[in-house]
Design a protein. Structure first.
Length: 193
């Protein structure tokens, strides 16, 4: 069957719908690229999935390429490969130190960071990872926290307990409840007079 301009693949009839399909599916299309002299590398989505930074499984319809530029359509039955250009062979660069982590913060600001990590919206695959990363950043920044004169006395023990990470779930919930009252008071709560 024809899979592109001047490209043909061995095909079989699908037992599901009786249509012709390449024997190896998408791997056939990637093999055709290799035979054209294109270097195939993992895409950003594949690297993220393989390293555990994402739980989103790549479909395989996007191919990372290096070197030659591809302008042709390669595919079958209305399904075509997409291409993602990859840069030179190098590791993804991550900053070694967070520039914000070096500056000291107040205990109130450190508690706010823990609160923001706790209230991060949990809507999709990456949200729990983002929330854990925010909490880890809060722990790092809490090491530089300095008390201010107007801090209530309970701020120090709360920050120490949250920073240690050895809290029981009930103890953490109690502290977070107090932080929610402090940083995000409910609008329908009666005001003290």
């Amino acid at each position: 069957m024809k899979i592109g301009q001047g490209l043909y693949a061995r095909a079989r009839r699908s037992p599901l719908d009786g249509k012709l399909r390449p024997e190896k599916g998408l791997d056939t299309l990637k093999e055709a690229l290799r035979r054209l002299g294109v270097e195939i590398v993992p895409t950003r989505a594949e690297r993220a999935y393989n390293s555990g930074r994402s739980e989103q499984v790549p479909t395989g319809r996007v191919v990372g390429i290096r070197g030659k530029r591809i302008r042709r359509k390669i595919g079958y039955d209305g399904m075509f490969l997409g291409f993602e250009r990859a840069g030179a062979d190098r590791e993804e660069r991550r900053p070694t130190a967070n520039p914000r982590a070096a500056a000291p913060i107040t205990v109130r600001e450190a508690l706010r960071l823990f609160w923001e990590a706790d209230r991060y919206p949990i809507r999709g695959n990456e949200d729990w990872r983002a929330s854990a990363a925010l909490e880890q950043e809060a722990r790092v920044r809490a090491a530089t926290a300095r008390p201010s004169p107007d801090d209530p006395p309970e701020f120090g023990p709360w920050l120490g307990a949250l920073s240690s990470g050895r809290l029981t779930p009930d103890g953490r919930d109690d502290i977070m409840e107090e932080l929610y009252v402090l940083f995000h008071p409910r609008r329908d709560a009666p005001e003290d007079t």
